[in-house]
Design a protein around this ligand. Sequence first.
Ligand code: AMP
Ligand code: MG
Length: 481
Amino acid sequence: MTIGWHFDNTYSKLSNTFKENIKPTPVHDPELIILNEELASTLNLDFSKTDKKKLAEIFSGNSIPEETNTIAQAYAGHQFGHFTMLGDGRAVLLGEHLVNNDNRFDIQFKGSGRTSFSRGGDGRAALGPMLREYIISEAIHSLNIPTTRSLAVVKTGEKIVRENLLQGAILTRVASSHIRVGTFQYIAATQNIENLNTLVDYTINRHYPEIKTSNSKALDLLNLVMEKQCQLVINWMRVGFIHGVMNTDNMAISGETIDYGPCAFMDHYDPKTVFSSIDKFGRYAFSNQPPITKWNLARFAECLIPLIDKNEDTAIKLATDLIDNFQNIYEDKWLNMMRDKLGLFGEDKDDKKLINDLFNWMEKNKADYTNTFCNLMDINSNELYKNNEFIDWKNKWKKRSEFNNSTKEKQSKLMKSNNPIVIPRNHKVEEALAQADEGSLDKMKKLLDILKNPYANQNNIKEYQLPASLNNEKYQTFCGT
Ligand code: AMP
Ligand code: MG
């Protein structure tokens, strides 16, 4: 019975400042709920000869694979603007699994028990939020957006105490790494330059080897992370995704979407949309995601100052100039992303106005974000789109569409690869989770199946395309810790 694990645990070899050596706390009566066989196979893992009981033992952390060196990672973070020393308070990194000897993936258990970073928490996670992370992270992956992924969820057989008693669960998360902006903040806060250099070198080796021999490594790293994060937030804006808790501890240096808490997809277009119950002031609202990305990058830059230049003033100037450019880079990328969504080739001086006119119309008419672009692809129509103002706009768009030797086919191809036809609708996700809590995974599996091909016009998915009715719209998400 070989599963095919190939662990090599470089992070665990860093000094104890970076982590705590700790094992997952065994659980009472684990039961496998879901295993992502497709992901397993891309990781060269084969669980087909392992029985369900053994799988439950493995994914609960009751039976730990050989060659692992389990740790909880130290990190800090600005949570809603306030700096705190954090760390994996309910997660354990099993190790790094190598695929074909060079592709490195963190395998992490989330909900695996207390660590020295747990503060007041119980180290555990509930079934609903772990399945929610599974659904949304896999959906984000299928939307071609960089993300951590979900390999398995087990129930622990133990109850956890929240507002109610909930079923405990553990998610196995796969990530290109769990190094966060907050990891740099933690090390920077200890004011140990040697450790800071170690972290920079480690990160570059692992994620950005192209700058290994640069003589301005820290500045180059900042630049590359900025580029990755800018692209990530552009992708979120493209599909209407609201992360919900963009604290610096939830921003991965790799540029992957990480830490799915109160995230959700926007239905009708409103830039101020917030779903999270804890985001009282809309800090992480849809349209705030780009400026918050910049704010987080500025926190990252602050950590790197001592390594950017020996002269602090010079270092600050270099970092500030770089970060100040975020806005320009973002706006260029955003405009091009929107041109792709609208199937427009080349550039025209009136593009920005054309796009903003559409957004204004959508906001005023509470038009569904996803379905409006579907309507432009002739996929979805309803009364709303017979509105004169919209038809006028559409005529202008059609004229613009003819520029640069575009054809209907070329336009349609571009739009189809940028506009999802189906997204995880909040009420569909909730329905699936409610059923899973009662012991059936039918709805969740159907939803996962449909979300695997978000850009394809699948048969019989109408009910998955419709937003919840506007009267029923006060959807709220909870952190679910
Ligand atoms: P999160 O909201 O999941 O991004 O977590 C923020 C911080 O709180 C991280 O340091 C977590 O490890 C910690 N945390 C969240 N929930 C728990 C819990 N139930 N027990 C211990 N620590 C937790
Ligand atoms: Mg987090």
